[in-house]
Design a protein around this ligand. Structure first.
Ligand code: SF4
Ligand code: SF4
Ligand code: FES
Length: 443
C-alpha cells in the first residue's frame, strides 16, 4: 500500500494505482469523464484536476490531472483548494458551452454522468450566450440512437468501440474545432457490443432505442437483479419493467463474470418477453370447445385430475425451463412418462459435457480468461455462442502489451501510452474453425 496526503489527511491507497482511482476508492469526490475503470486513462477531458505539492514548503502547488498521475509514498495533493475547484469549474463550463439545455427531454436524464458531475462541480450559471455548435445525427440501426449535439468530446465511445471491442465502423472525425463521433455514413453499427456505448458515453449521445420506443423516466422503472439467459455465460444484468412490460436490460457489474460490459444479444434480446403471443394466462377448453381463463391453481388441479385418470400422459420438459419446473413436471407425470425435451444424442452429449466439467479440467471464468498468455479456440465460434467471452479473449490478446509495459515500468492504466508502445504486438490467439470468425481480426 502507499500513503498519500490529501488536504492534510493521510490515506492508504493501492500502490500502482492512478491518483483518481485512489481518491475515488478512498471515498473522495473528484469529477471525471474520460477515465473508465476498465479502459484506463488518456487525460482527454481535463475534468479530474487536483493540485500536487512538491514538498511541505510548497504552498502554491501545480495543477495535475489525477487520472494521469501515479500515487507515490507521501505525495501531497489537494482536491479542495481554490485553484483546483476553480480549474474544474472552468473545464465544465467550457464543456457545457455547446451542450444543449435539453435535460428535461433527454433520455439520459436521471442517470447522466454529465448531470452528476455538473452538480458536483457546482456549475449552475450559463454565461455563454452565443450560438451553440450543432451536428447532424446519424441512423445507427434499430438499437442505438444518436444525438451528437450532446457530446463533450471525452473519447470514451471510440476507445470502447475500437480499442476495447475491436469495432472498425465508428470513428472520431474532426475538422478544426469540430469533432464528430459516428460512422463514415449512416448505417447499422456492426460490432456485437455496440450497446455498451449507451453505458460508456457519459452523456446522452448514444441512447437505447428499444427503451426510447416506450420511453419511461429511469426513476419510474422497477428493476431487479437478473442473470442473462442469452447464453451459458450467465452475465449479470438488471432487468427493468413498467406497467408489467420489460423496458430494458442493462449491465450489473460483476467483477469475475461480465465486469462492465454486456453483449448486444443480452442487452437487446429480451423483447420476446413482451410478445402478445406468449401464453400469460392459464386456460381450459370448456365442453363447448371454447377456451376459458382459469387461475393457475385451478389449472394445475385440473391437469392433475386428467393425469390421474389416464395412462397416456407424457410430460415434455425443456432445457430452457428451470430445474425446479422440470422436476415439478417429472413428479406430476411420473419418471417413466417424463422426457427432458432432448433427443437421445443430445442427452448423451450433455452427459459427456457434465462429466468433463466434473473432472479436473480448468473451466475459467471470463475475467480469468483475460489474464491468459495464449489461447487456442478449437472448433467454436465463441462470438456467436458466448459473445461476452469473445470480448474477454480480445482483452487477453493485449497481454503482450502488458508485458512490454511492465518491462518499461509503464503503468497499465496509461492506456494510450501502452497501446502506442505495443503497436500491433499481440499475445497468441489461435482459432481452428472451419469458417471465418469475428475474432480473426483481433485488436
Ligand atoms: S459521444 Fe459520448 S462517449 Fe463519445 S466522445 Fe462524445 S460524450 Fe464522449
Ligand atoms: S454473453 Fe451475452 S448473451 Fe451470453 S449471458 Fe452474457 S450478455 Fe447474455
Ligand atoms: S478523467 Fe482525467 S482527464 Fe479525463
Amino acid at each position: 500500500m502507499t500513503v498519500i496526503q490529501v488536504d492534510g489527511k493521510e490515506y492508504e491507497v493501492e500502490s500502482g494505482a492512478n491518483l483518481l482511482e485512489a481518491l475515488l476508492s478512498a471515498g473522495l469526490n473528484v469529477p471525471y469523464f474520460c477515465w473508465h475503470p476498465a479502459m484506463g486513462s488518456v487525460g482527454a477531458c481535463r475534468q479530474c484536476a487536483v493540485v500536487q505539492y512538491a514538498n511541505e514548503e510548497d504552498t502554491q502547488g501545480r495543477i495535475i490531472m489525477s487520472c494521469m498521475t501515479p500515487v507515490t509514498d507521501n505525495a501531497r495533493f489537494s482536491v479542495a483548494t481554490e485553484s483546483a475547484t476553480g480549474f474544474r469549474e472552468s473545464v465544465i463550463e467550457n464543456l457545457m458551452l455547446n451542450h444543449p439545455h435539453d435535460c428535461p427531454v433527454c433520455e439520459e436524464g436521471g442517470e447522466c454522468h454529465l448531470q452528476d458531475m455538473t452538480v458536483m462541480v457546482g456549475h449552475h450559471d450559463r454565461r455563454y450566450t452565443g450560438k451553440k455548435r450543432t451536428h447532424k445525427n446519424q441512423y445507427l440501426g434499430p438499437l442505438i440512437g444518436h444525438e451528437m449535439n450532446r457530446c463533450i468530446t471525452c473519447y470514451r465511445c471510440i476507445r470502447f468501440y475500437q480499442d476495447y471491442a475491436g469495432g472498425t465502423d465508428l470513428s472520431a472525425f474532426s475538422s478544426r474545432d469540430r469533432v464528430y463521433f459516428g460512422r463514415a455514413e449512416d448505417g447499422i453499427l456492426e460490432n456485437e457490443f455496440s450497446g455498451n456505448l449507451v453505458d460508456v458515453c457519459p452523456t446522452g449521445v448514444f441512447t437505447d432505442k428499444t427503451l426510447s420506443k416506450h420511453y419511461t423516466r429511469k426513476w419510474d422503472l422497477q428493476s431487479a437483479p437478473t442473470i442473462c439467459v442469452g447464453c451459458a455465460q450467465g452475465c449479470n444484468t438488471y432487468t427493468s419493467e413498467r406497467y408489467g412490460e420489460v423496458r430494458r436490460v442493462n449491465n450489473r457489474f460483476q467483477k469475475d463474470v461480465n465486469g462492465h460490459f454486456l453483449c448486444d444479444r443480452g442487452r437487446f434480446g429480451v423483447g420476446f418477453v413482451n410478445s402478445s403471443k406468449r401464453i400469460k394466462q392459464a386456460g381450459i377448453r370448456g365442453e363447448d370447445g371454447l377456451y376459458q381463463a382459469v387461475s393457475l391453481p385451478d389449472a394445475i388441479a385440473r391437469v392433475r385430475d386428467m393425469i390421474a385418470g389416464s395412462q397416456h400422459v407424457i410430460g415434455i420438459g425443456s432445457a430452457r425451463a428451470s430445474l425446479e419446473s422440470n422436476q415439478a413436471l417429472k413428479s406430476l407425470v411420473g419418471k417413466e412418462n417424463y422426457c427432458n425435451g432432448m433427443t437421445d444424442i443430445e442427452r448423451d452429449m450433455h452427459g459427456i459435457i457434465v462429466d468433463v466439467l466434473k473432472s479436473d479440467i480448468a473451466t475459467p471464468g471470463m475475467r480469468e480468461v483475460e489474464d491468459y498468455d495464449a489461447i487456442l479456440v478449437l472448433g467454436e465460434d465463441i462470438t456467436n455462442h458466448a459473445p461476452r467471452l469473445a470480448l474477454s479473449v480480445r482483452q487477453a490478446t493485449r497481454n503482450k502489451a502488458s508485458e512490454m509495459a511492465a518491462e518499461t515500468r509503464l503503468a497499465l492504466w496509461q492506456d494510450a501510452a501502452v497501446r502506442e508502445l505495443a503497436q500491433n504486438s499481440l499475445s497468441p490467439l489461435m482459432i481452428a474453425t472451419p469458417t471465418e470468425d469475428r475474432l480473426d481480426s483481433p485488436l
